[in-house]
Design a protein around this ligand. Structure first.
Ligand code: FAD
Length: 504
């Protein structure tokens, strides 16, 4: 048994204190008394026991990528960082890859690729860790082809807090006869920092056969053909901009089936405010796809079809897949430099973008009163294999969406906070004006993306719809998640603004 005092404490006089527990978002700063840094699962149990015994408010941290102040928040007196639980091993007993929550996306891709030439559809942020990414249902450039990251979650080891205040490790798997199966299910998109502290994820394809490690996860692509094209705002009118957005979103609706020849193609259209001068579309296709070059050309042609627009080709090349996914993908273009504060919002889209939403998008992005080029809406491809999994199989209910959208504004100083927040809130509120200022559920939209964490829908002043925040993120999964929460964290020790509230 490991005693609490064996777990390393990082105090404010330690230079690592400023990193462990910190947020990527310069708006947030915590002031924990110390950060606990467990190096093993038993140390993680001791860490949780320590905070339970002290009765202090605490938070879990893996990389600090969370967009809101769920961790870096002065109310959290102790942070437990799982950044050192970052191993990747093949577990022959489970025929699955055992992965620590502190592994970064870049290290995960590298270790799986170099060790076994396999991969998972994780995200596009190399320094983002798995802890929150998995539990909030990560997705990435391979998701149309391979599905959600959580579709590969075979099992999870979690440190939970019993009703009597004892911390202990629990193993939960997706096996139908596992009595702990509901706890596994909650970790397929039911939210990080909500049920307990994850010490390990096991990854395996649901359809995997045999016992060869390389057969237990999808083979990683070897090369990609990548394309980056740009449009200048000078050449765009409301009509051509609208047609471009319509083409992009309608294309994804048309090609959401797994029988589409474009299943291996991923693209993100990234309109920015007119003060940026131009915006990009980044696309990629697995180079091994038959006719890959032609498919990419046909896709590009479909996006500009009928717009009267041409595009500037900035990049068109074959690249090594591993080098591509482990390198930092910039947001594209200029205007982001020195801007460390940000606000993000999001939406799922099930169909081509409705005309009223396109109009509001154009109006706000060409707003002459605003002049921050560090503004982007990333309209990214989804659907494909993601859509083949039933909504109830995992805690990701938005299984018939074809697009994910990330709204992002970045700025430099606290003095700008109020104006920048007001602007992104107005932009988003106007796009979704027909549904009370937030994306609707079950119509053209289907709520918002949990990993693009935004606490605004909790605020009635910013959510004028009858749709509660939890329906936007968890949809019909919420009541089931509430029961799991009530069972596994009855005293609500693991909590934050966007955590599921328990109910029997
Ligand atoms: C540059 C960038 C790129 C991104 N790209 C993508 C992308 O392509 N796809 C995508 O899906 N998302 C993406 N995201 C969003 C990202 O996945 C989320 O912010 C995610 O929640 C981060 O997880 P984390 O553990 O690294 O972050 P943290 O901020 O450390 O944690 C986030 C949440 O998870 C909880 N948590 C952390 N560790 C544990 C643990 N061990 N056990 C239980 N709960 C834990 C925390 O308490 C918190 O609630 C991106 C974010 C950034 C900043």
């Amino acid at each position: 048994m490991i005693e609490t005092f064996d777990v390393e404490r990082v105090t404010p006089d330690d230079s690592r204190y400023g990193v462990l527990g910190a947020s990527f978002n310069g708006r947030w700063a915590g002031a924990p008394e110390y950060v606990l840094l467990p190096k093993t699962a038993d140390e993680a149990v001791a860490s949780v026991q320590h905070v339970l015994d002290r009765g202090v408010r605490f938070a879990l941290h893996s990389s600090g990528a969370c967009y809101e102040d769920l961790i870096a928040n002065p109310e959290n007196r102790v942070i437990i960082s799982t950044s050192q639980l970052n191993s990747v091993d093949y577990d022959p007993e489970r025929k699955a890859f055992a992965v620590g929550p502190g592994i970064t996306t870049a290290d995960l891709y590298r270790k799986l690729y170099e060790g076994w030439h396999v991969t998972v559809p994780a995200g596009v942020g190399p320094p983002v860790a798995l802890g929150g990414q998995m539990t909030n249902a990560g997705y990435g450039a391979l998701s149309r082809q391979l599905g959600h990251l959580v579709d590969y979650l075979e099992a999870v080891e979690v440190v939970i807090a019993d009703a009597d205040g004892r911390a202990r490790k629990v193993m939960a798997t997706r096996q139908a006869d596992d009595p702990q199966r509901e706890l596994w299910w909650a970790h397929t998109g039911g939210g990080g920092g909500t049920y307990g502290l994850v010490t390990k994820f096991w990854l395996r394809s649901p359809e995997a056969q045999g016992s060869e490690p390389a057969d237990q996860l999808p083979t990683a692509p070897r090369e990609l053909i990548v394309s980056e094209v740009a449009w200048s705002w000078d050449q765009l009118s409301e009509e051509s901009f609208g047609k471009l957005l319509g083409n992009f979103t309608a294309w994804h609706e048309r090609h959401a089936g797994v029988d589409s020849p474009y299943l291996n193609l991923f693209s993100a259209l990234k309109p920015r405010h007119i003060s940026a001068g131009e915006f990009l579309m980044s696309s990629q296709i697995d180079a091994a796809t038959p006719n890959a070059e032609q498919l990419l050309d046909d896709f590009l042609a479909a996006i500009v079809d009928g717009t009267g627009l041409t595009y500037r080709v900035d990049v068109r090349e074959r690249v090594d897949w591993l080098a591509h996914v482990t390198a930092w993908a910039s947001l594209g273009g200029d205007g982001w430099e020195g801007k460390g504060r940000f606000k993000a919002k999001s939406a799922y889209l099930r169909t081509a973008m409705p005309a009223d939403q396109v109009r509001a998008m154009y109006r706000n992005l060409t707003d002459p009163e605003y002049d921050n080029p560090a503004t982007l809406v990333e309209i990214a491809g989804y659907g494909g294999r993601v859509n083949t999994v039933a909504s109830s199989e995992t805690a990701v209910p938005q299984r018939d969406s074809v697009i994910k959208m990330l709204y992002l504004v970045m700025w430099a100083t606290p003095e700008e906070d109020a104006a920048q927040l007001a602007w992104i809130r107005r932009w988003y509120g106007e796009v979704y004006a027909a549904t009370g200022g937030v994306p609707g559920v079950g119509g053209a939209n289907d709520g918002a993306v949990l990993n693009y964490t935004d606490a605004d829908p909790l605020d009635p002043a910013l959510n004028g719809s009858p749709i509660p925040w939890h329906e936007l993120y968890f949809g019909a999964a919420y009541p089931r998640l509430q029961q799991i929460k009530a069972k596994w964290d009855p005293a609500d020790h693991f909590t934050h603004a966007l955590a599921v509230r328990g109910r029997n």
